[in-house]
Design a protein around this ligand. Sequence first.
Ligand SMILES: Cc1cc2nc3c(=O)[nH]c(=O)nc-3n(C[C@H](O)[C@H](O)[C@H](O)COP(=O)(O)OP(=O)(O)OC[C@H]3O[C@@H](n4cnc5c(N)ncnc54)[C@H](O)[C@@H]3O)c2cc1C
Length: 465
Amino acid sequence: MQRNLVWFRNDLRLSDNPALYHACQQNQAVIAIYIATPEQWQQHDDAPVKIDFWRRNLHVMQTDLAKLNITLHYFQVDDYQKIPKLIETICKQWQISNLFFNHDYPVNEQQRDDAVIKACHDQDVRCYSYHDQLLLTPKSVTTKAGEPFKVFTPFSKQARQQIGTALQLYPRPEKQQLILTKTLDEECGLDLIDWPTISTKLKQFWPAGESEAQARLIKFSQNKIADYQHNRDIPSLRATSKLSAYLASGVISARQCWQASVQYCEQNDGVRTWQNELLWRDFYKQVLIDYPQVSKHKPWKADTDAIPWRHDMTELQAWQQGQTGFPLVDAAMRQLLEVGWMHNRLRMVTAMFLTKHLLIDWRLGEQWFMQHLIDGELAANNGGWQWSASTGTDAVPYFRIFNPITQSQRFDPKGDFIRHYLPELSSLSDKDIHQPRAEQRSLYCQPIVDLKFGRERALAAFKQR
Ligand SMILES: Cc1cc2nc3c(=O)[nH]c(=O)nc-3n(C[C@H](O)[C@H](O)[C@H](O)COP(=O)(O)OP(=O)(O)OC[C@H]3O[C@@H](n4cnc5c(N)ncnc54)[C@H](O)[C@@H]3O)c2cc1C
């Protein structure tokens, strides 16, 4: 009997997992592996909260796989460079015939996979890899001239047509034949991997497991999605799906999300708006694939590299710690520190405040988000930052700068969100809470920038580039 090896990476689920599904179709023995790479995580600024989420999801997945007679084995190496050699050893020791995995698109991951494919080829191990992370296969959504779309709206129209109602989802595999393998010297128990330590409170916000993700999706589709277009910008309401952590780690697939949005609710503007967010996710991944320079710290609009971005560490730290003196910005930044997640409207407000009012390099903000987000994901994070900094494709025009006070009055009118994360301001009136008066400043910090001055400085910098 041949032996199939499934290598799990950003696809920590059993249902709708193309690599796992195909590995299980041939009535052959199936073995699964996960390879931890702590140094690589550090180089990529992966947040401790996200890495811990992987650990907890792996734990759940191991139990679920065992019910299918598939054993999940763990390994640890420093970085991607060491993976081809390790897989070579595993394949040799366990007499593997076929390796299955789902594609990863960033540059380092592609190089890693190319090296693994070569190592397998040298040993006569066949590699099977599948597109998984996007709704539609990369490079399949193009203009009539076959070019990648640079603007979201035509991309989304075209993508919707291609998705139609015929998304292919893969069922959870059937039980496999049990296979016992010898323990390898290189193996490492789940608990022996160098996981970061995070607080129990933080873990409780993000329960692990595919069934948790599915339950969230169904609840959101049945109860919230219909009003999504009205409520999604109000951070004090729990009006968005909070599925990003599960999507980023592949605990749920974008196809499953799309299908639920068709299956569990009547089609209306709320549903279409939410589907658009899934398409933004696809769009930014396509941008990363078509323009790999964006994953190498380069702006999509090359001329914006000439902007004299500031590197003021005192102001950067005030922003990072939620000490800017602008309540909505500070509440949002403290949300990020407390729960490892931030509401989308506030990601735009805080990113624009950093890159426009403070004129601080967007790459520093991008890095801080990545280091703290449970859903930190290169394409979406880079896309969001380049949108906010007006350096990206289909980005906000540089002169449309969100004012953090008017954004606060508009999207947190009674200050409910601010009061939650800035309890020191809870006694202020609904009017004052957006901009505490001078005599109330003893409760809170001074604004670190004059908004009018910051806005004009940003406009001048963009005009001069
Ligand atoms: C500066 C900035 C940085 C961001 N960094 C990330 C990131 O690292 N990882 C990440 O997943 N999203 C990122 N986003 C996009 C967005 O803020 C989050 O996806 C969203 O807030 C997650 O909450 P949710 O799951 O409740 O989303 P919902 O509103 O329920 O949306 C459903 C799903 O669609 C996707 N999505 C929604 N909005 C966007 C968007 N603008 N771009 C791409 N995908 C989107 C997410 O996967 C999300 O889970 C960023 C946005 C900005 C402005």
